[in-house]
Structure formats: C-alpha cells, structure tokens
Design a protein around this ligand. Structure first.
Ligand SMILES: Nc1ncnc2c1ncn2[C@@H]1O[C@H](COP(=O)(O)OP(=O)(O)OP(=O)(O)O)[C@@H](O)[C@H]1O
Length: 254
C-alpha cells in the first residue's frame, strides 16, 4: 500500500479546472517531484493533499485512511507536514523560537496548565526546547539559534522553514518550491540537504520545484502537470526525453 495516494483529485474554481483527475502516489522513503509551467496546478494539488482545499471530487488517502477534506492541522498531526512557496517564518522571532512554536502542535496540554505553568507543563516545555535545539543541530542552524529569522541569508531561511516542518514529526514532507530564489550553489546545497534529511528523519518527500537541476538530481519519479492535466510520469531520464514535456515545459524559458 502506498504511504500517500490521490485518486482522481480534481479542483475547480468557478469555470477554471485547476487540477483534473490527479493520481499521485508516494511510497516510503521516495523523493517525488511535481513539476509543470506556472499555473499548471501544482500548489493547488498540495493544497488539496494538505487539507487547505477540499477537492471538488476525488480522494486523498494516507495509507488506507481517507483524509479528503480533513483540516490542515489534523493532517499535520497524522504526519504530513508542508512548507510554502513564500517563506512563512515569524520574522521577529529567533531561529530557535521559530522551531519551538512549530513544536507546540505536539505539546499535549490544556490552556489552564499553560497559564498556571504546572510542573508537568514546564517539563514538557523544557523538553520541547531541548528537542528544538537537537533539531537545529541536525539541520546545521544551531549556531544561529539566537539570530532573528529575517536576518538569515535566504538559503538558511528556507532551511529553517524545513526545520519547522520537521518539528511536527512528519513521515511525509511536502516541499513547495524549496529552491525558489536560490543561486546555483544554494540549490546544490539544498539538494544534498533534502537527501540527507530523508535518510536521517526516515521521510518520504513530495516536492514542487522549478529548478530542473534539483528535480532531476534527487527525484526518483516525477509527475508533470500542464493546465491541470497530468501529461507525464516517469523517472528523470524518461521525463527529460518526453516530447510532450519538452514542448509544455522544458522548452519554456523560466
Ligand atoms: N483560490 C483560487 N481561486 C481561483 N483560481 C485559482 C485559485 N488558486 C489557483 N487558481 C488557479 O488555478 C490554476 C493553478 O494554479 P496553481 O497556483 O495551483 O499553479 P502552480 O502550478 O502552483 O503555479 P506556480 O508554479 O506559478 O506556483 C491557475 O490558473 C490559478 O490561477
């Protein structure tokens, strides 16, 4: 059984069919790419998988569980975390605080214990800080823990965003254009980083990405969307040599 699977998910906005009958599957420890020209429907697909949108039709399955239309927070709790195309950090907070806040999802407590700060709450909070620090060590941001997140270079902000997603203990990571705005060196570093966290955190990853060097470098399988339609699926070699893909996407200057 696939870890995550969509069955003919379709999203219509009025007369616009943003995604039509998309069938994506993600197996354990795979890194899968979702590519296509601007407006092809990639982010809409992510929004349906992560619960931001309820598909007009079709199903999203997490193992054998139907998660179609569940709330984003419930889907995150099941172990599906995502990042966004536009970086969404708490700019004025430190690097460590950004990760601690993401960790709160896993802090089981009621509001009274957090206001009164019961010993149990304080212990959980301390362990959350420790866990966040350990996470920062693993992603190579520990020495920047007290820096305000906005002061980080762009590549490190992206890495922090991924660390925030990892703080929710996901099994599946959805990355929306992680290499956006990066220079070739930063994208190369990111590629190695993604492959490393897949192994270290036992993740399965679905990523939207425009940088072909990144997609072809780390994705085992790739789906190509064009105007909401899946025009190809295959390994990097098959995708690079598919005439429909070349016409729809690779031939277009980004
Ligand atoms: N909330 C919405 N309301 C109406 N139309 C939408 C909405 N969200 C997306 N669309 C439309 O759906 C289509 C797919 O958009 P989407 O953002 O999913 O594409 P994308 O492949 O992620 O593009 P990009 O690479 O530019 O991010 C576009 O025509 C877009 O205008």
């Amino acid at each position: 059984m696939s870890l995550l699977r969509t069955e003919n998910i379709t999203m219509k906005f009025g007369g616009v069919v943003a995604v039509s009958n998309l069938n994506v599957r993600l197996e354990k420890n795979e890194i899968i790419g979702l590519i296509g020209p601007n407006g092809a429907g990639k982010t809409t697909a992510f929004n349906m998988i992560s619960g931001v949108y309820k598909p007009t039709s079709g199903k999203v399955l997490f193992g054998d569980k139907d998660i179609t239309g569940m709330k984003p927070s419930a889907i995150t709790k099941l172990g599906v975390a995502r990042t966004f195309q536009n970086i969404r950090l708490f700019k004025e907070l430190s690097v460590l605080e950004n990760v601690v806040i993401a960790n709160h999802l896993r802090l089981q407590s009621n509001w009274i214990s957090s206001v009164v700060r019961t010993p149990d709450y304080s212990r959980k909070e301390k362990s959350m800080y420790d866990k966040s620090m350990a996470l920062l060590e693993k992603v190579g941001l520990a020495d920047l823990k007290d820096e305000k997140s906005y002061s980080l270079p762009y590549g490190k902000q992206r890495r922090l965003e991924i660390a925030r997603a990892l703080a929710t203990d996901p099994g599946i990571l959805l990355l929306d254009e992680p290499a956006a705005g990066m220079n070739p060196q930063e994208s190369d570093d990111l590629m190695h980083f993604i492959a490393r966290i897949r192994d270290e955190f036992d993740l399965s990853i679905l990523m939207i990405e425009h940088h072909m060097q990144v997609v072809m470098g780390i994705c085992e399988r790739i789906y190509v969307l064009d105007y909401g339609i899946t025009i190809a699926e295959g390994n990097p070699y098959e995708i690079q040599n598919n005439p429909r893909v070349i016409e729809a996407y690779l031939g277009v200057d980004e």
